[in-house]
Structure formats: structure tokens, C-alpha cells
Design a protein around this ligand. Structure first.
Ligand code: NAD
Length: 349
């Protein structure tokens, strides 16, 4: 806690897989006090609240009346991000919104508009920006260690570790399949690492594993970045187990990013190790790094609210990820590359 400042009162909306982690992170942060957990599945809200001495509610309005928080984490199914954020903005609550920002670019804009009009902080939970290994990689690239990036690749092929909740496979609630759930991290981290936006995509998707109508369980895309870098992404959710890289990796499989430049390459085996190969230097591996990305994301949100400044990851970054993923869907539909800004002109704000 900042000396002389009371902790910010925090509530978590959605007591599912990621909401429980948000609740634990607020409870552990000296700058916050977890006061409430909301879920229409009241047993879930009650169980999460009981762990941390918070109060449980079945709806946002009841929570606002009963616990008057300052800040909220929104951890509900993706298509519910818009209506829940609108409720929070109307109540004057600062919002940390889980990724993907929303089920459509139009929803992203409506969320951004509502928070701006109310003068509220809006942060988007693109957690990979808080991986210590990726922060080191970004600093190396920005400092010129690999020279101009030329090619990048990011792969998230993971073995099923238990079925996801049913809404993940319902496009009306999720906005899409693996591209929305995981590629949204990849397109964000690639563009952020090389500091250049993705401007064109050529994508294909498959429903080959589950055959679910309209929700892909795999996808590939060729990516073109504004600075001339080219790259690819590959996401796949197997229904069989895949071997884990290491016990520390929560999603077993191949979860691997590569950035190649004129003078060096950086490889990140996600949640496991960062491998740095620079011309004229021995290979260096960074491993055993603390897995504290979500607590540090929440600390950044609390600091941004307290300091009245924009958070490090906001609506523009959240919207960009949705625009890129939705452009990959459009590319699959028409069978040609798609320019992201032609399909989704940049918002003028
Ligand atoms: N940052 C990450 O890496 C990461 C990881 C997992 C999930 N997520 C995102 O977090 C969000 C939630 O995903 P999840 O895996 O925790 O899903 P989940 O199904 O495990 O949890 C969602 C919870 O929201 C509750 N809910 C539904 N409607 C609600 C409402 N109106 N008010 C309050 N609660 C409501 C559900 O009952 C459920 O308990 C999604 O947008 C998902 O994409 C992000």
C-alpha cells in the first residue's frame, strides 16, 4: 500500500478459472482489499469469497450496492464483456478486463467509449506482456541486440488438460475458437516485441479435432508487419494429451515463440525458458523465472488507477488483437490476404 493511502477496494466479476486467480492476486496485493466476488453461480462466488474473507453476490448491481468497490476485474465469458463493463462504467468502477477484449471490434469500441466517457481506467488483461522473459526479450530487441527483426513465428499447440467450459466452443459467447482464446495473445506479443503492428494476414482455420460448427480448434496465419517483418502463427488445441516442456508449464504442448533478426535470434519456450543467440556471443538461456505475471498485471492496474494515468495495456492494444483475429477469420472466408486497417479502420480517439 502507498503510505497514507487506503487500499483500493476490489471486486472480481466471474468466479471461474481465471477469476479465482484474480481474486487471489488482489487478496495478496497490499494496495488492494478484495471485498467482493460476483457470479450468478452463487456457490462459485461464495466459495471464492470465503477463501479471502470477501462477500459473494449474484449480480453486479447487488455487489455495487453492498460492497462499493473502487476497481473490478471482469472475468466472464467474452461476449458478456460489453454488458458487464457497461454496468461497471455506469457505477464508476475502474476496469481490468480479461482478454480477448470483446467478441467483436464494435464491442471493443463501445467498451472504450463507455470507460472514456465516465473518466475511468480501462486495462486489458494481455498477461503475456508481464512475462519477465518477454520483457527482457523486448528490451534486447529495442536495444538493437538482434538488429532489424526479419522473421517471427509463434506456436501454441497444447494438449487438452480437461475440457474448457462449454461457452468456449459457442461462437455467440466466445466470438471464435482457438484464435480468439490464444492467438489473441500471440498477435499481441509478436507486435509488442518488435514494436510494429500487424498490417496484413492470410489465414486458414480448421475444426478438424472436434468438428464443432463455426468454432475452430486450430488455425494458421501468415503475418505482415508494418516494418516489413514477416511471420506466422499456429494455434491448435488437441483433444489428446501432449508432452509438457517442463513441470512449470501450465499448458502442456509446444508453446514457442521465435524472433529472428539480422544479427541474432530470440526464442521463448513459454513459461519455461528464454534462449538468446546473438552473433559473436555464446548462447544464453534464462530459466527458473518467477511465474508472477498476473500479480504484476494487477499491480500495474492498481498503480494506473491510483496515479490517474493510462495503464501499460489499454483499449487500443485490446482492440488491435481482436481486429487481427477477426481479419484472419475474414481471410479464411474469402480465401485471400486481408489488410487489417481496411477491414477495421483505426478508431479516431
Ligand atoms: N489472461 C489469460 O490468459 C486468460 C486465461 C483464461 C481465461 N481468460 C479469459 O477470462 C474470461 C473468463 O474465462 P474463464 O476461463 O475464467 O471462464 P469460466 O467459464 O471458467 O468462468 C467464467 C465465470 O463467469 C461467470 N459468469 C457468467 N455470467 C456472469 C455474469 N453475468 N456476471 C458474473 N459472472 C458471470 C460464470 O458463471 C463462470 O463462473 C474469458 O474472457 C477468457 O477468455 C483469460
Amino acid at each position: 500500500m502507498t503510505p497514507g493511502r487506503p487500499p483500493l477496494r476490489a471486486a472480481v466479476i466471474g468466479a471461474g478459472f481465471i477469476g479465482l486467480d484474480h481474486a487471489a492476486a488482489y487478496a495478496a496485493d497490499p494496495g488492494a482489499e478484495l471485498v467482493a466476488v460476483v457470479d450468478p453461480e452463487v456457490d462459485r462466488a461464495a466459495a471464492a469469497a470465503a477463501i479471502h474473507g470477501a462477500r459473494a453476490y449474484s449480480s453486479v448491481p447487488a455487489m455495487v450496492t453492498g460492497s462499493a468497490p473502487d476497481v473490478v476485474s471482469v472475468c466472464v465469458p467474452t461476449a458478456l464483456h460489453l454488458p458487464i463493463v457497461l454496468e461497471c462504467a455506469a457505477a464508476g468502477l475502474h476496469v481490468l478486463l480479461e482478454k480477448p477484449m470483446a467478441a467483436s471490434v464494435a464491442d471493443c469500441d463501445a467498451i472504450d467509449d463507455a470507460c472514456r466517457a465516465a473518466g475511468l481506467t480501462l486495462m486489458v488483461g494481455l498477461t503475456h506482456r508481464f512475462h519477465r522473459e518477454l520483457i527482457e526479450a523486448r528490451e534486447l530487441i529495442a536495444g538493437g541486440a538482434i538488429g532489424q527483426p526479419t522473421m517471427v513465428q509463434d506456436v501454441f499447440a497444447f494438449g487438452e488438460h480437461g475440457p474448457w467450459p462449454a461457452w468456449y466452443y459457442d461462437r455467440r459467447l466466445s466470438g471464435g475458437g482457438e484464435l480468439m482464446h490464444d492467438a489473441v495473445h500471440l498477435v499481441d506479443r509478436l507486435a509488442w516485441l518488435i514494436d510494429s503492428p500487424i498490417v496484413e494476414v492470410y489465414g486458414r482455420t480448421t475444426t478438424g479435432v472436434r468438428g464443432l460448427a463455426g468454432v475452430e480448434d486450430g488455425g494458421v496465419a501468415v503475418l505482415s508487419f508494418a516494418d516489413g517483418t514477416i511471420g506466422s502463427l499456429f494455434v491448435f488445441e488437441a483433444s489428446h494429451p501432449l508432452r509438457s516442456d517442463a513441470a512449470s508449464v501450465p499448458m502442456p504442448g509446444r508453446l514457442e515463440l521465435e524472433i529472428h533478426g539480422e544479427r541474432g535470434s530470440i526464442r521463448y519456450r513459454t513459461w519455461h525458458e528464454l534462449i538468446i543467440d546473438l552473433a559473436g556471443a555464446p548462447s544464453r538461456t534464462v530459466t527458473g523465472v518467477a511465474r508472477d505475471e498476473l500479480p504484476r498485471e494487477i499491480a500495474e492496474f492498481l498503480a494506473a488507477v491510483r496515479e490517474g494515468r493510462p495503464p501499460s495495456v489499454g483499449a487500443a492494444e485490446g482492440r488491435r488483437g481482436i481486429a487481427v483475429v477477426q481479419s484472419i477469420y475474414e481471410s479464411e472466408r474469402i480465401g485471400r490476404p486481408v489488410r487489417v486497417d481496411e477491414l477495421f479502420p483505426a478508431a479516431t480517439r
